[in-house]
Ligand binder design. Structure first.
Ligand code: AGP
Length: 616
């Protein structure tokens, strides 16, 4: 949450940062601001609302200057006001700071600073850190001018409890930019005669492909031609420069109205990329390069614990079904935020797998670190090369789904399901899954992109159905077995972008409580696939119809649904069990998208949300 961009170089800092903020807007979008060294001193400008508001204000000002810091905010402390927007300026006017994270001990810090004569304009925790840096900067008067600014930042950070990704500039140092991180992401883009700080790679690839990933408790000091990294306790750190292999056009909207729709339609390709080079036909299994666990070690694993949040957590539930079914390894799934503080007893042969699209979700990262601290082997499934979670795990599998910009996860979710299915195949083939079963599964995966393309052809029909149901304020999503997590995901998708109250339930659980909600005003979306429990699902549909509930049924084409039983039907192609959750997700996503569109909601930037959740 919150996006940071800082620039030092020869170009106009304002326009480079604005470009970066637009690319980071999915991290937070309630207000934005920047400070630029515009020749005659530092110019500060902030606006509430979207980055567009800041852009309009900047158009009028036409600010020059080659140094600056900027921020797009997702509020944690304090309302959405210009005063609470970043950058913050210290009481003496010298220090400017942008911050992503939470300073947990800011109240004590603030009281201390008020006693020392500092005043506060905002309700944020970030302003306390800004003033603390100013305080230490003032006290450093006696030390050499060369390191005074840097030393003041490092000293202040030693007092911080909580998380931060920060960019700081000082009025007395017009050629220096400082960044630091602990718990919140920050990367350095190394250019020719220019350097950039940003919350993620997306914001810098229009300038450079050379990236340094800052680690926790590290501080970077940047000039336009140089940079150096040290720890908060002033030990120097050797930087490793990575080349990012990122096609910038992938993050463009192109001809689509929304990123969500674009990303829904990108799924056939995202799935192909996730599979590329990862099957051995010979051995009828999947092949992964970065697990860092050999088959012998994997055979000794007797339990897998998946941790994640939100949509990625739903992917974990599918992993549980698939790995238990095809690899016969017991699996547990925990919300990362719960696992982290629960102190659950785990067996020494437990493998912990974190799933995260962004690789930066703080709850998932915190849970992962807790698992590592206890000595468990850790893997991650994630979509962001070089992200903190990817770097901190013992090994992992990249999704290769391409950048996902829409806040509502779509292609990242189905690509997580793909990787989980492939992992179930791989682990199964290391144990009892037969060669023949492996052949069928590999074939099913290879046919999948075509089938998803087929499912996408239902778009017009789904749009028409969405128009009929967009007026309702409540909705249930119901499914059994593999369709239960898809019901949860359907409900999450609908509520997050259309603000309709929706709940996902195992279809049979409905009669243990939620059935009380069924009425003409509360439609149900049933997710039914062929197989031994199909008829049980139909019985649950009957229970809803008997209570005058409207039913949209999403089913595989081989399901025999009696005429007139349901109000609307959406069919996806018949397929192997292992890929059913992926195919059934497509209409669920399209339905949510078109309902939100009908309700005139901001699909890509739903209220109160942010794409990458880097606060607890
Ligand atoms: C879903 O549409 C949301 N974007 C959200 O639930 C998301 O999946 C969750 O915050 C986890 O994010 P991650 O995969 O980047 O860790």
């Amino acid at each position: 949450m919150c996006g940071i961009v800082g620039y030092i170089g020869r170009e106009r800092a304002g326009s480079i940062m604005l470009d970066g903020l637009k690319r980071l807007e999915y991290r937070g979008y309630d207000s934005s601001g920047m400070v630029v060294n515009a020749g005659k001193g530092l110019e500060l400008i902030k606006r509430t609302g979207r980055v567009k508001e800041l852009e309009d204000a900047l158009d009028e000002l036409q600010l020059g200057g080659n140094l600056g810091i900027s921020h797009t905010r997702w509020a944690t402390h304090g309302d959405v006001t210009e005063a609470n927007a970043h950058p913050h300026q210290s009481t003496d006017g010298k220090i400017y700071l942008v911050h992503n994270g939470v300073i947990e001990n800011y109240i004590g810090m603030k009281n201390f600073l008020i006693e020392k004569g500092y005043s506060f304009k905002s309700e944020t925790d970030s302003e306390a850190l800004c003033n603390l840096i100013a305080y230490h900067y003032g006290k450093e008067e006696e030390t050499t001018a060369k390191n005074r600014f840097l030393e003041a930042v490092r000293k202040s950070l030693r007092h911080v409890e909580g998380t931060y990704g920060i960019a700081v500039i000082c009025d007395d140092y017009p050629d220096e930019l400082i960044g630091a991180r602990k718990g919140s992401p920050l990367i350095i883009g190394i250019g020719k005669g220019e350097n950039i700080l940003a919350s993620d790679v997306n914001a810098i690839t229009h300038c450079t492909q050379n990236v340094v990933y800052l680690n926790d408790n590290e501080v970077v000091h940047l000039t336009n031609n140089d940079f150096s990294i040290s720890t908060v306790s002033s030990k120097s750190v050797e930087a490793v420069i990575h080349q990012v292999d990122w096609d910038t056009s992938e993050a463009e909207l192109g001809d689509y109205d929304h990123y969500m729709l674009k990303e829904i339609h990108e799924q056939p390709n995202a799935l192909k990329n996730g599979m590329r080079g990862r099957f051995s036909d010979d051995k009828s299994t999947a092949v992964f390069g970065g697990l860092n666990l050999n088959p012998q070690e994997l055979r000794q694993i007797d339990r897998i614990l998946f941790i994640a949040c939100g949509t990625a957590w739903h992917a974990c539930l599918i992993a549980e079904y698939l790995i238990e079914r095809f690899a016969r390894i017991p699996v547990e799934v925990e919300y990362a935020s719960e696992f982290r503080y629960r102190n659950a007893p785990l067996d020494k042969n437990t493998l912990v797998i974190a799933i995260s699209q962004s690789g930066e979700t703080i709850d998932t990262l915190g849970a992962l670190r807790e698992a590592k601290r206890k000595g468990y082997r850790t893997l991650s499934i994630n979509n962001s090369v070089g992200s903190t979670i990817a770097r901190e795990c013992d090994g992992g599998i990249y999704q290769h789904a391409g950048p996902e910009i829409g806040v509502a996860s779509t292609k990242a979710f189905t690509s997580q399901l793909l990787i989980c299915g492939m992992l179930a195949l791989y682990l199964g083939r290391l144990r009892d899954l037969s060669y023949g079963d492996g052949v069928d599964i590999v074939k099913a995966f290879k046919e999948l992109p075509e089938l998803v393309q087929e499912a996408l052809k239902q778009t017009a029909q789904i749009e028409a159905i969405a128009k009929k149901y967009a007026k309702y304020e409540d909705c249930l999503f119901l499914g059994r077995q593999l369709m239960f997590p898809i019901a949860l995901e359907g409900a999450l998708k609908l509520k997050e972008i259309s603000y309709i109250h929706a709940e996902g339930y195992p279809a049979a659980e409905m009669k243990h409580g939620p059935i009380a909600l069924i009425s003409e005003d509360c439609p149900s979306v049933f997710l039914a696939t062929s197989g031994e429990i199909f008829h049980k699902s139909l019985a649950n549909v009957q229970e809803v119809k008997a209570r005058k509930g409207k039913v949209i049924c999403i089913a595989t084409a081989d399901c025999e649904i009696p005429d007139g039983l349901v109000d609307d039907i959406i069919l996806v192609p018949e397929c192997h069990e292992i890929v059913k959750p992926i195919l059934m997700s497509i209409p669920v996503q399209l339905l949510s998208y078109y309902v939100a569109l009908e309700r005139e909601c901001d699909v890509d930037k739903p209220r109160n949300l942010a794409k990458s959740v880097t606060v607890e």
